[in-house]
Design a protein around this ligand. Structure first.
Ligand SMILES: NC(=O)NC(NC(N)=O)C(=O)[O-]
Ligand SMILES: [Zn+2]
Ligand SMILES: [Zn+2]
Length: 444
C-alpha cells in the first residue's frame, strides 16, 4: 500500500476507545489503521508517535474571524493559524463582526473567496438571520451556508441587528423549509436592558454587577421562547455558548419532548468563574458572562452526563483598545479570544483534573459537531476513508501559556499565564502538516 505519511505507535482517541495503532495517510485520507509496528512506510514521511495521543482534528463550530471588514480585529490568516496550533482542522465562521455581515449571497461569496485564499484549515460559513433578510436565506443556503445565526439580544456592533420575535418566527419557518438549522445567541434583550439601565443608574458598575446584569434567568427566558417557536415551526436549533447547567437541563427536557435542538458551551464557562474574571479583567468579559464557581462545576457534571453536545471556542477577539475603553466593565468589548487553547483547556481541567475521558473530549469537539452539521463520516472521527484531519498531543507535557505563543493578531487572552497539561505537537489538515511544535517534539 502506498502512503504519503505514516504515524507509528501512536495512541488513537476514538469515540469508543483509546488504542495503540499505526496510521497510514494517502491523498489526504486515512487509508490504513493497523496493529502497532505493522505498517511498511516505504518512501512515506514517518512520524514516530510512541507515547503520544492522536485525536481527530477538532471542529470549532463558532468563531468570529471578522474578515472582511474588521480584519484588524483578527482575520482568516492569523485565525486559522491559531486553530492549527490548537489542533482544530475545521471551523465555522460566524456571520457577524465581519463587515458587512454575511447576510446576502454576495457577502457570502466575498468571504468565501478570502477564506479560500487565506485559511490553512477547512472551513464553512454561517449565514446571518437579521430583521431584513428573510428573502436572502434561500440563496445563502444554496451557496452552502452551514446554517444560520441569529441574536436574541444586541450583539455589540451596529451592523448586525438582533432578531425580534417576528423575525425569529418567520426566519425559523423558512429555515425549517430549507431543512437547515438556526444557531441562537439566547439572552433576553428586555431583561438585559432593564437590568443594565438599573445598574448604571444606581452606579453598580463592578465586574460582578456586569455579570448580574445578564443573569442565567435571561438565558432561560430566551431559550424557552425559541424552543416554543421550534415547536411551532419545526426548525432545528443549536443554542450557542450556554453558560449554565440550568439551561442545559431545559434543553435536555426539550430533546425528550421531541424538539430537534443541541447545546453548545465553551471552555471559558468550564474553566473560569466570576472570581477569575475579577482577577483577569476585560480579557475575560463575554456574553453570557462567566458564572459562579458552583455553576462551573455543575457544567462539568452536565458534560460528563452527556448533556452537552458540542464545545466551541466562541473566539471573539478585538483590538486591545476596545478592551481598554470606557470607565467601567459595561463599556468594554465583550468577547473572549481562546480558540488556540480549547483542547489544552479541556485536557487540563477535564481529563487531568476531573477525570473526563479522552473519548468524551473527542466526542464534543469533533464527532458531534461533524454529525450535527452533516460532515460525518468524512470528518469528526479517525476512520479508514475519512479526511486525515488529526492532532498529535503529548498528554503529559506541562506548559505555561505565554502571550508570544499565541498566533492571534492581538496577543490578548484570559488564558495567558495559565498552567496547562497536554501540548499540541502536530496538526494535519487533510494529510498536510499545518502545525508542528519543533521545540516540544524532542521532549517525549
Ligand atoms: N459580537 C460578538 O462577537 N459577540 C460574541 N461575544 C461574546 N460572546 O461575548 C458572541 O458570540 O456573542
Ligand atoms: Zn453570542
Ligand atoms: Zn460568538
Amino acid at each position: 500500500m502506498l502512503f504519503d505519511t505514516v504515524i507509528l505507535f501512536g495512541t488513537l482517541v476514538t469515540e469508543n476507545d483509546v488504542v495503540e495503532a499505526d496510521l497510514g495517510i494517502h491523498n489526504g485520507k486515512i487509508v490504513a489503521i493497523c496493529e502497532p509496528g505493522t505498517i511498511k512506510a516505504g518512501s512515506a514521511k514517518i512520524i514516530d508517535a510512541k507515547g503520544l495521543h492522536i485525536f481527530p482534528g477538532l471542529i470549532d463550530v463558532h468563531v468570529h474571524f471578522n474578515e472582511p471588514g474588521r480584519d484588524n480585529w483578527e482575520g482568516l490568516e492569523t485565525g486559522s493559524q491559531s486553530l492549527a496550533a490548537g489542533g482544530i482542522t475545521t471551523f465555522f465562521d460566524m456571520p457577524l463582526n465581519s463587515n458587512p455581515p454575511t447576510t446576502t449571497k454576495e457577502r457570502y461569496l466575498e468571504k468565501q473567496q478570502v477564506a479560500n485564499e487565506k485559511s490553512i484549515v477547512d472551513y464553512r460559513l454561517w449565514g446571518g438571520l437579521v430583521p431584513d433578510n428573510i428573502e436572502n436565506l434561500t440563496e445563502l443556503h444554496e451557496e452552502g451556508a452551514i446554517g444560520f445565526k441569529a441574536f436574541m439580544s444586541e450583539c455589540g456592533t451596529d451592523d448586525f441587528r438582533y432578531a425580534d420575535n417576528n423575525t425569529l418566527i418567520q426566519g425559523m419557518e423558512k429555515i425549517a423549509e430549507l431543512n437547515s438549522i438556526l444557531a441562537l445567541h439566547a439572552e433576553s434583550n428586555e431583561m438585559i436592558n432593564y437590568l443594565t439601565e438599573k445598574a448604571k443608574k444606581e452606579q453598580r458598575l463592578s465586574i460582578r454587577d456586569y455579570c448580574n446584569s445578564r443573569p442565567i434567568l435571561s438565558e432561560l427566558e430566551a431559550v424557552e421562547r425559541v424552543l416554543r417557536y421550534a415547536e411551532l415551526t419545526g426548525c432545528k436549533l443549536h443554542i450557542v455558548h450556554v453558560s449554565s447547567k440550568k439551561v442545559i437541563d431545559r434543553i435536555k427536557e426539550a430533546k425528550e419532548e421531541g424538539i430537534d435542538v443541541t447545546a453548545e458551551t465553551c471552555p471559558h464557562y468550564l474553566c473560569l468563574s466570576i472570581e477569575e474574571f475579577e482577577e483577569i479583567g476585560p480579557a475575560a468579559k463575554c456574553a453570557p458572562p462567566l458564572r459562579e464557581r458552583e455553576e462551573v462545576e455543575l457544567l462539568w457534571q452536565a458534560l460528563k452526563n452527556g448533556d452537552i453536545d458540542i464545545i466551541s471556542s466562541d473566539h471573539s477577539p478585538s483590538p486591545p483598545e476596545l478592551k481598554a475603553q470606557g470607565e467601567h466593565i459595561f463599556d468594554v468589548w465583550g468577547g473572549i479570544a481562546g480558540c488556540q487553547n480549547t483542547l489544552h483547556a479541556l485536557l487540563t481541567e477535564g481529563y487531568h483534573n476531573r477525570a473526563v475521558s479522552l473519548s468524551k473530549i473527542a466526542e464534543v469537539t469533533a464527532l458531534q459537531p461533524a454529525k450535527r452539521f452533516g460532515l460525518y463520516p468524512n470528518k469528526g472521527s479517525i476512520r479508514i476513508g475519512s479526511d486525515a484531519d488529526l492532532t498529535i498531543i503529548n498528554l503529559n507535557e506541562k506548559f505555561v501559556l505565554k502571550a508570544e505563543d499565541l498566533k492571534y493578531r492581538h496577543k490578548l487572552s484570559p488564558y495567558v499565564g495559565k498552567n496547562f497539561i497536554g501540548k499540541t505537537l502536530y496538526t494535519f489538515s487533510r494529510g498536510v502538516c499545518v502545525f508542528e511544535d519543533f521545540k516540544s517534539k524532542t521532549n517525549v
